[in-house]
Design a protein around this ligand. Structure first.
Ligand code: GAP
Length: 478
């Protein structure tokens, strides 16, 4: 099935499915929405939860050398001075005086094949740059735009009560390094992981949920002995790439983007992004950075509290270095949605045959009908099994189907659907990407077998109820 090369997947088609099937809605839509903020509906909530659970299982639970943390979103403002975010976390922006649109200056230049210039502490627009919206050359000079959301803590709104919504979860980890070390019985190398919301007042939120103002991060700070940075960095790049395959993103759509040495922050020794081929271009899902001792040293300096580690094996004291794999839940969910989306032609009631690749804008051949199917890996599919009594007005079918449903839902997220023609019910599940459908029909009442339908091949097999859980587990794999 070819898709985006042929222009088959547009973000509009995806957004329409996401709204129709309860994955993603515009936030506070009834009031006209607010740019850069999104709500996840029932299916999106399950999808995101599965992403988080898969990450937590593989990065924390299945390892002995990583522990979890859940730090507060609002922290002491000094945290953000130490981290360099206060005064330093800004994007250069440029305004068009003609059409009044505002752009992120670096991306704006890049789109025109130009590079934003840096002169000392200032950004300067290159020769020939023009507004990408209206073509005007009447542009402001780039100005720094603070990305942190500010608020006030307590009843008085003055400078002394200013606080920030965290722009990353990482600093909560660094600020609690000593407490976790003292209470977790870990020895270096070990990691602290955290999943949580982060907020950035992005100049130009765009590409659906890709660049949002409120989003969720999954970050690991893996503390290591100085000098082992490059080997641990390579280790985590490899681990993280494998993880993306484990949630169903094909290797061919993933790219390792190595940051050139001259573009690294002064304290970093390496940074590699994992990028995915979105319909709007190849874009970052995660960055894996070797940040040296920068963060802990900064917090030691600003707090006056030691961040040193004593190595009992070598009797050495040192500030640990860190390798940081930092991923975005929303971006991964978006990549999974893009990757899963297929438009196909499938046999209608009167013809036999397999699934055909739909042609963009084309009409299905005689006897076939079009379907949209989300081919999620079962590991992340929002619903694993749908259960259908063939007819809702036959109490014995409904009662038997309820028994099957109750048996399966102790293990998997299941969907009960008794309304409408069975074909229509299958299509509804295809659109939310449910890997297996189980239908309870009259034969079930005779021989205690059910029909199991496979989402991708649409093949149907009969399975005895007593073998159903094992049979489904082979498809679902978890
Ligand atoms: N602590 C390092 C850090 O925050 P980052 O590259 O700025 O690094 C890490 O962010 C990840 O967080 C990104 O790879 C991306 O997945 C996600 N992310 C960052 N900004 C985002 C935004 N505005 N909207 C959605 N996700 C975002």
């Amino acid at each position: 099935m070819k898709k985006r090369d042929e222009g088959q997947l547009t973000m509009d088609a995806l957004a329409s499915l996401c709204k129709r099937r309860g994955f993603i809605y515009q936030t506070s839509e009834i009031y006209g929405g607010i740019n850069g903020f999104w709500d996840y509906g029932p299916m999106g909530t399950e999808l995101k939860r599965n992403v988080r659970d898969a990450w937590w299982a593989d990065v924390v639970r299945r390892r002995e050398d990583v522990v979890g943390l859940d730090s507060s979103i609002i922290m002491h403002p000094r945290v953000w001075e130490a981290s360099g975010h206060v005064g330093g976390f800004s994007d250069p922006m440029v305004d068009c005086r003609a059409c009044k649109k505002r752009f992120k200056a670096d991306a704006f230049c890049e789109e025109q094949g130009l590079e934003l210039q840096v002169e000392g502490k200032h950004f300067v627009l290159p020769e020939g740059v023009q507004c990408t919206a209206c073509g005007s050359k009447d542009l402001t000079e780039p100005r720094a735009f603070d990305l942190m959301f500010r608020t006030h803590v307590g009843p008085v709104e003055d400078d002394s009560s200013v606080a920030y919504l965290r722009p990353e979860t990482a600093q909560g980890i660094f600020a609690q390094f000593s407490n976790v070390l003292a209470t977790s019985r870990q020895k270096i190398p070990f990691g602290i992981a955290q999943i949580g919301k982060a907020f950035r007042n992005e100049i130009n939120p765009r590409n659906y949920t890709f660049r949002s103002r409120e989003f969720e991060q999954m970050e690991l700070e893996f503390f290591i002995k100085p000098g082992t940075d490059s080997e641990w960095h390579a280790y985590w790049v490899n681990e993280r790439l494998k993880w993306y395959s484990s949630i169903g993103l094909p290797e061919s759509s993933l790219h390792k983007q190595v940051h050139p040495k001259e573009k690294l922050a002064h304290y970093a020794s390496a940074c590699t992004d994992v990028a995915y081929d979105f319909p709007f271009g190849t874009q970052e899902l995660e960055g894996i950075a070797a940040r040296g001792a920068f963060d802990l040293t900064q917090h030691q300096t600003f707090s006056g509290k030691s961040m040193e580690y004593f190595d009992p094996d070598t009797n050495e004291h040192f500030i640990p270095h860190v390798v940081e794999p930092s991923a975005g839940v929303d971006r991964i969910a978006l990549a999974l949605l893009c990757n899963a989306y297929r438009e196909e032609w499938v046999p209608g009631a009167k013809v036999e045959g397999g699934v055909l690749a739909a042609e963009p804008g084309g009409k299905p051949p005689e006897g076939y009908e079009a379907r949209v199917v989300m081919r999620f890996s079962p590991r992340v599919a929002p619903v694993k099994v749908a259960v259908f009594p063939l007819l809702k007005n036959k109490p014995e079918l409904v009662a038997k189907a309820r028994q099957v449903f109750d048996m399966l839902r102790v293990r998997w997220s299941c969907f009960w659907d008794q309304t409408g023609a069975i074909g229509r019910r299958y299509r509804r599940q295809d659109e939310i990407g449910t890997p297996c459908g189980v239908t309870i029909d009259f034969q079930t009442l005779d021989d205690d077998t059910v029909t199991v339908r496979d989402r991708d091949t649409m093949e149907q097999i009969r399975v005895p109820v007593k073998e159903l859980t094992d049979s489904l587990a082979r498809t679902i794999g978890c």
